[in-house]
Design a protein around this ligand. Sequence first.
Ligand SMILES: [Fe+2]
Length: 384
Amino acid sequence: MNLKNFYSVNAIFGEGTIEHLQKIEKNHIAILMGGKSQQSVVDAITDKFDKLGKEWRIVGNIKREPHMEDIEKPLKEVIDFKPDCILAIGGGSVMDSAKAIWIFYEYPNLKWDDVILPNPVPKLGNKAILIAIPTTSGTGSETSSCAVVVDKKKMEKKLIISQNILPTLAILDTQLACTMPKHVAANSGMDAFTHALESATSNMNNSIVQRISLVTLLDIFKYLPTSINGAKDSKEFKEAREKIHIASYLAGIAINNAGTGLAHIFDQVGPKLNIPHGLTCAILLPYTIEFTEEHPFYLELAKVLGYKEEKGYARFLAQKIIELNKSVGIPPSFSEMGIGEKEYLEAMKEDIETSINSGGLQFAAKVPTYEDAEKFMLKAYYGK
Ligand SMILES: [Fe+2]
């Protein structure tokens, strides 16, 4: 068993927990947010800050998976404003951006190359704390030691990984999860699903991660369809959104302790073809499972889902995931979502070369050759 430390983040959760922000003993608050859909939440928070005499400034809006240059403007605002608290309100892109801003605010002399994997990040928190408030349910960035940024020149994702970029506090207000548009909820929910399954089968897995992942996966199987297709103000819909918000946080804890797997390693076609991260993972996952084929955790999960045989369980699970994808509007292949064959094949070739050399494969349950990767990437395109 590979169990040394177990990392988690200080978190507050439940309906209306955003109110806790009034109690934080910080008075100079920089707010990084996503698009307009979060404006009403930010307005409610800043009204309260005004009443309490706290100074605040919105330092930027992050509206896509962050490219390195997207960080520059909000970072300048932060350096000018000198906050004692950085508040990230939004999805994974906002939280990941806030982590990068936090690093360069605390250490202005550092450059991207100094902190991109495998380089370390120094201890943060001398100037500010970071509070993460997810408004989507999937990335788990509020509880992970990872930030993903896109290098525009190469259209490749780059990773910063360090326990030092874990947010100081995560606030999981389940009410916020109810405002997510359906397609965002579907993509991010399947991102969480991929986190849970891949962390449980990575070479870094341990028994705590596997227990967390099993419950998380079963909750996503059970509640994700209602969280997308349920009537908006119904009790069932609210309950489903709440369950998926917590599942996302738990899956984030799982990847923070065990890393991810092949769907995440080979997801570079996403930034190249402008496909959201969660959607890329959702489509790749069944085919990477079929390639990995044998893993005791696959068998355990398949049996809980009703599979009776001792063989063929990877294919059974892959089919279950394709069905789950379908139930939330995610197609079984990149061709069905309308990606052109020529552009996919070009992106795929670059993706395989980059991914095989990325170092991430050391954690995969089964390591593919170039030809193996080509096979499952082609299946993900054609659906067979
Ligand atoms: Fe992910």
